[in-house]
Design a protein around this ligand. Sequence first.
Ligand SMILES: [Zn+2]
Ligand SMILES: [Zn+2]
Length: 116
Amino acid sequence: MSRYSRSSNGARRTRCRCGRTVLRQLVGQRAALDVTADADELTAAAAAALREPNRLDWCLRKRADGPDLLWSSPSHRANCPHPHVIDHQCTAPAAGPPRTRTARTSSVAEGQLALV
Ligand SMILES: [Zn+2]
Ligand SMILES: [Zn+2]
């Protein structure tokens, strides 16, 4: 139930479960992509060199209210003075189901049993 309530675009700097700092943002107008990109800033050319069919690079703009990721097209990259970032490739092992908070109630129950 967490809709993105922020109306303005912008990337959130967050920490991935693999420990790296990443930028997350919904990019796009019609079909927004949930982008997770490395926070490391690259030149447009360096990011283009790392680009793969399933790994896109993004133009990083620094706005007053924080970083903002933009689509990077070939014509854009040729002459871009801004830093670019590349999709994060996570090295963390595949996640199991996230721990739910209901686990806590069971540990409380165990503690009560132990006290008896
Ligand atoms: Zn750019
Ligand atoms: Zn990761």
